[in-house]
Design a protein around this ligand. Structure first.
Ligand SMILES: [Zn+2]
Length: 83
């Protein structure tokens, strides 16, 4: 493999023997593309995260609505008027 920095020929090395340039990581970064399976997996993870977050938000909202409803009903029963 030829070093992209100085052009030195290196055989099966991760670091250039002449200038110390990383060979393996730089080429892997350029060549790396997620496979469709990996993409789907990442998408599924993201969706699950979003769904969990919105579910918690909905539960909190529902709890607040229920609490205010119970409070209103309680007030109505106690004092005979709506809040
Ligand atoms: Zn080099």
């Amino acid at each position: 493999m030829k070093c992209p920095k100085c052009g030195m020929e290196n055989e099966q090395r991760s670091v250039c023997k002449d200038c110390g340039q990383f060979l393996y990581s730089t080429t892997r970064k350029i060549r790396y593309k997620p496979t469709p399976k990996e993409k789907r997996e990442r998408f599924r993870k993201n969706t699950r995260y979003v769904v969990t977050k919105s579910l918690i938000a909905i539960l909190i909202l529902l709890g607040l609505v229920l609490l205010s409803f119970l409070l209103a009903v309680g007030m109505q029963r106690l004092f005979g008027f709506t809040v």
